[in-house]
Design a protein around this ligand. Structure first.
Ligand code: ZN
Length: 69
């Protein structure tokens, strides 16, 4: 499942949420102010799909807690 980043239009908080594709159209409420005025930031990096480089390009994506190498 891809991560999506959202930003709250009310308080400016940015947060991530991992959604199924069936939920991807929904905008989650802000975890800080509970405002539904959030918008999706286009930063979803899907871990599947075409990886044409062939090398380990997976680790270069934004996964801050990936400790394995
Ligand atoms: Zn907010």
């Amino acid at each position: 499942m891809p991560f999506y980043e959202y930003r709250c239009n009310e308080c400016g908080a940015e947060f991530e949420k991992m959604l199924r594709f069936s939920e991807a159209d929904q905008l989650p409420a802000c975890p800080q102010c509970q405002s539904p005025q959030t918008r999706k930031k286009l930063s979803a990096v899907a871990s599947f799909g075409s990886s044409d480089s062939g090398s380990s390009g997976y680790a270069s994506s934004c996964s801050p807690r990936g400790g394995f190498s």
